[in-house]
Design a protein around this ligand. Structure first.
Ligand SMILES: [Fe+2]
Ligand SMILES: [Fe+2]
Length: 490
């Protein structure tokens, strides 16, 4: 008996550990929760009120309406839970978008079921959700939107329902992975073609009516117009996705890649006005990307976040060692460790201002304060101590917050290791490099900087190996190739 209890406890512990979210969930305010709940009530009413229009109405009808109403309300709740589970940092605006799209589909079904095909109603919103919130949320949304029918008398043809589910699932799965607008365009052409062919094979040949209630008898022409309408609806959706991105703060893969374009004005400014910081940024991108690939994190997110992490240094590039180019160090002239610490903190504060001005998504802006966390500005704190200033360590720490996700934590570790790896002797062994990396990471771990990142011991081990691999690449690049007089090839 004791053994069974111990085994159960172990299993429960493992289950609890497996449920730790990858990122700290965002708290949603009570008002937002209330609004979301009210929208869910409206969806439930719209989707079930027709059950009450039967006359004469008896108790069993009311009971069956109540069951349907509750079922729809619970389904909407499950949809919100799934979206929160897949994306713990989901904001209330994004939940509001998912629920509003469900409401819009229900209203469209009520008003336009006879003129618009079900495919055109459900697939375009699924594309928006998969791009912004991920494939699992989109799949959950599709299953609920396909099942909740406001009119019990309208029964969709089984074959069409099957085609709808297959097409919507393909869009949901691919939509979450697609990395460019061009691929989105391909999807909006190939899915309607696929739906046209499958409708022609499964429905067109048998001449089964599309929706049994209407005098809408399916013919090849109708299948064609339905598929054409779907293609147009998907193309319009792709056109409007950037608007959804800015209104609802969605961060699609395509947007991430656009932001990572080095021709973006802010990045161009960094390369021209703070070339040292730009070089440091590029090396960090390499370290962070390799480490994120090792632990299975979001590579596109960290690459873009790394590009913008030190953008605040643009406010005073010469105050940072990497841009000084052997000239005078303004900190020596200032000779005030407290003021110098303020300049260092300003690169975070100014970075956040740049992010707001340039409308950078919140997930990218988070890299700016979190890459420094509450780290101690050791050099200036030491200077203050040498000057025998009676000052609290607090003034020599960044204001934080400490990294709240695996990606921002990796960036902090890469930021810490970059200078040390760059400065390392070309002849240093792998063991020495790994020791340097381990010491830097251990110092941050001990300082509590990784406490909210959910990085496990195993992942930290993999991050160290990834940084070592990048160091090996750097070393290889720095070894000069032997040249010979007879070398005629280039
Ligand atoms: Fe920084
Ligand atoms: Fe940095």
């Amino acid at each position: 008996m004791q053994n069974i209890i111990t085994t159960l406890k172990k299993l429960f512990y493992l289950w609890r550990r497996s449920q730790v979210p990858l990122k700290q969930p965002i708290k949603i305010s009570r008002i937002d929760n209330l609004i979301i709940f009210l929208v869910c009530i409206v969806i439930s009413i719209i989707s079930s009120y027709k059950l009450l229009l039967i006359s004469p109405l008896n108790i069993s009808d009311i009971f069956s309406w109540f069951l349907t109403f509750t079922e729809i309300l619970i389904s909407s709740g499950v949809l919100i839970l799934v979206s929160k589970k897949e994306n713990p940092t989901i904001s209330s605006r994004q939940i509001f978008l998912i629920i509003t799209l469900l409401l819009a589909v229900q209203i469209t079904k009520l008003t336009l079921a006879s003129t618009i095909s079900t495919l055109s109603m459900i697939i375009p919103p699924a594309l928006i959700i998969s791009q912004g919130m991920g494939s699992i949320t989109a799949l959950a949304w599709v299953s609920i939107a396909s099942l909740i029918w406001p009119d019990p008398e309208i029964v969709i043809n089984n074959n069409l329902f099957f085609i709808l589910l297959v097409c919507a699932s393909i869009v949901s799965l691919l939509g979450g992975r697609i990395r460019s607008r061009a691929q989105l365009l391909q999807l909006s052409i190939f899915v309607p073609i696929g739906s046209f062919l499958s409708q022609w094979i499964l429905i067109g040949k048998d001449k089964i009516s599309l929706i049994s209630k209407q005098d809408f008898v399916l013919a090849n022409g109708d299948i064609f117009s339905d598929s054409l309408l779907l293609a147009i609806a998907m193309l319009f959706t792709i056109l409007f996705i950037p608007i959804f991105e800015s209104i609802f703060g969605l961060l699609t893969k395509a947007r991430l890649l656009e932001l990572a374009d080095k021709e973006k004005p802010l990045i161009r400014r960094l390369s021209l006005e703070a070339p040292g910081t730009f070089e440091h940024t590029l090396l960090i991108c390499g370290l962070a990307e390799e480490a994120t690939r090792m632990i299975g994190g979001d590579i596109d997110l960290i690459k873009t976040g790394a590009l913008y992490h030190d953008i605040g240094k643009l406010h005073a590039p010469n105050w940072f060692i990497e841009n000084q180019d052997g000239s005078k160090n303004p900190h020596d002239e200032l000779d005030d460790p407290i003021k110098s610490a303020e300049v260092l903190q300003a690169h975070v504060d100014e970075g956040l201002k740049f992010a707001r001005k340039n409308r950078l998504p919140k997930l990218i802006a988070n890299f700016i304060p979190e890459h420094q966390g509450t780290l101690k500005m050791g050099y200036f704190f030491q200077k203050a101590k040498e000057k025998k200033l009676d000052i609290n360590e607090y003034y020599f720490r960044y204001k934080g917050p400490i990294p709240q996700s695996k990606e921002t934590a990796i960036l902090m570790l890469a930021d810490g290791c970059e200078a040390a790896l760059r400065a390392m002797n070309i002849n240093a062994s792998d063991k020495e490099a790994l020791k340097t990396i381990s010491n830097i990471i251990y110092a941050r771990e001990k300082d509590g900087q990784l406490d909210n990142s959910n990085l496990s011991k195993g992942e930290i081990f993999l991050i160290k190996r990834a940084f070592l691999n990048v160091w090996k690449r750097i070393r290889h690049r720095r070894i000069q190739y032997p040249t010979s007089k007879n070398n005629t090839f280039s």
